[in-house]
Ligand binder design. Structure first.
Ligand SMILES: CC(C)(COP(=O)(O)OP(=O)(O)OC[C@H]1O[C@@H](n2cnc3c(N)ncnc32)[C@H](O)[C@@H]1OP(=O)(O)O)[C@@H](O)C(=O)NCCC(=O)NCCS
Length: 189
């Protein structure tokens, strides 16, 4: 549906349940998402039921599946949440599930495409995110996609026995439009 250079973003489907469960109960992945507890098939099915019927304006959330553009391999999901009509802003979240697929450029490309959706499709004005201070790979990917460092949210996360700082990053429509003005696309179909 939306194309980058390496990925395409499409609606999540109930058929994605098995592939999501295959890699999602992995502590390394889940600690970065600040939810380091096991996810049952039933809980994941309920999440997927919600995600597959979501409307960004009615539900304030928009979640898409990430696929490899060439092989159609399911890679993970990407979201805009706490979408505010009044403030025209949203928070950004992403997870590439299979550890073998990390560090291959998928996250940077997906982030660019989802920002393109945020600004060109939803007409938002700013997008922000929180990421663990220790998650340098994520920060680098976000920076390459256009996010800038905005500050530190001290001790915002409690995980595996201690408090951790979050890094806050943001990107404005004006910043993004310099790189991707109206009429431009991140990648060709
Ligand atoms: C965060 C995430 C989306 C990034 O996607 P990705 O496909 O792995 O990242 P990319 O390959 O696009 O880019 C990673 C960049 O970080 C760099 N990097 C990797 N490890 C690093 C480290 N420890 N310190 C600094 N940079 C690092 C890579 O070299 C690359 O930069 P480069 O292209 O300039 O060399 C993905 O790793 C992921 O889903 N991780 C698990 C869940 C998660 O952390 N979600 C985000 C929660 S906020």
């Amino acid at each position: 549906m939306y194309h980058g250079e390496l990925v395409k973003l499409r609606a999540l489907e109930m058929e994605d349940l098995d592939i999501i469960l295959k890699h999602f109960n992995n502590l390394e992945l889940r600690q970065y998402l600040a939810t380091a507890w096991p996810m049952s098939r039933n809980a994941e099915r309920q999440w997927l039921e919600r995600a597959t019927t979501m409307n960004p304006w009615k539900d304030g959330e928009f979640i898409l599946a990430i696929e490899d553009k060439k092989t159609n391999e399911f890679l993970g999901s990407v979201s805009l949440f706490d979408i505010s009509k009044q403030h025209q802003r949203a928070e950004f979240g992403i997870a590439i599930h299979n550890p073998d697929n990390l560090g291959k450029g998928y996250g940077t490309d997906t982030t660019k495409v989802m920002l393109w959706v945020a600004f060109h499709v939803l007409g938002l004005n700013t997008v922000f995110l929180l990421t663990l201070d220790s998650n340098k790979r994520a920060q680098r990917a976000y920076e390459k996609a256009g996010f800038k460092y905005a500050g530190i949210f001290r001790q915002g996360s409690y995980m595996l026995g201690k408090f951790h700082d979050f890094v806050i990053m943001d990107v404005t429509k004006d910043d993004f439009m310099e790189q991707f003005p109206p009429g431009s696309e991140v990648g060709q179909p």
